[in-house]
Design a protein around this ligand. Sequence first.
Ligand code: SF4
Length: 466
Amino acid sequence: MSLLSRARSWVERTRPVHPLTRAALQRRWAELPPHVRTPSQVLGRHAVGCEGTHGVFPRCNLACTPCYHSRDANRVATNGGHTVREVRAQMELLVARRGPHAHAQLIGGEVTLLEPDDHAATLAVMREHGREPMSMTHGDVDADYLRRLVTGPDGRRRLDRVSFAGHFDMLMFGRRGMERPPDEASLHPFRRRFAEDVRALKASHGVRSFLAHNMTVTPRNVDQVADVIRTARSFGYRLFSFQPAAFVGDDRRWHDDYGATTGDAVWAQIEAGAGTRLPFRVFQHGDERCNRTTYGFYVGPDYHPILGDRDPRDMAVRDAFLDRLGGVRFTGTPPARLAATLLRVVVRHPSLVGHFGRWLVRRLVRIGPLRLVRGGIHPVTFVMHSFMDAADVGPAWAATQRGETCTEPRLRETQERLAACSYAMAHPDTGELVPACVQHSVLDPVENVALRTLLPLTPVSRASAA
Ligand code: SF4
């Protein structure tokens, strides 16, 4: 390659925002309902939203109460070939509709029921399509599985980095060594061990990792959320996501009055665990009734949100970030390339130096340089994601499909939230992207019945089928 073409390639690779990303962001913004087009909105300005797989491996070997999967999910065999094929088709549609880069969850059922080779092949397909994949697991997995995931049959590393969301809560039954957890605290050793096993991949195989911790919240465990955060924050999880339970999925597993656990009550517990107020209106993903997010970091035992919603100077930093850096791909970009990209942005918008420089000084003064050096910086994001009840999603989605606006307030709210959804699943057969709420409430039950026939648990021989 000549020097000139090398320079051209470098210029292209360090361009702040890919033109197809920019176009996807513009489409996304135009599609959003007016009530979420606020200065804090991330969708359409920085991100296109999160994506998830469906109809691939719905089976799980633990039992959650509630479980968002339909009752047929556990009657479907986990099949690597099917998974790779379907994920590829879904990713192709996502690239076409949502642009070349996004975060995507490899979610079923239980991802580690896939053979490690199939799991790795699926992650490779997602990466080929510009997706930053996160494997969703219950975390009841052996270190050997993780080793076989990141290394090929020849023993050589095949994945440079992995991203897992480990789901741990006392509403899940059947975990090895803790079949029926009496409380959240009894799961702390399991939370710790899973995190240690994933992080150990760095020392043993040079594999970098990102770890999220997921937890369903019901009236049974809401008052234990704070303790989970206080204890598990030192285990290495970089994101804590809490899902107030909804009446969706298998109704045989609905055991409590989930409506009694309000978003405000859960968020108050998250704040108690973080030990500080968590401003969730700085950055908004979709609708506030669906998502609350606070980005920040620990210095020693103290949590610091990166931006405060009551400080106009911080809000100016937020605006500068979304206006000037919106769409820049931070995750998965090699550091040198990212530095060059940021430099190009700063050259075009030198005021960014002032915004971020002053922000840095304010944080240094507030935290204290000595404490910063002693405590180190540990980034952690807090998220609350509130799925909706199937009884509301079904009629609201049907009305949306008919082009009607519901008048009943609850259904109207459901429609508004679905229209602003930040978590989409792709249907290559129809070309549609649907909210995960619709997937779980309306489409999964039908899909899983079909999958039972396509992927029966006990293969039917020609002789017995005749
Ligand atoms: S509509 Fe459902 S899946 Fe989409 S962001 Fe809201 S709660 Fe999540």
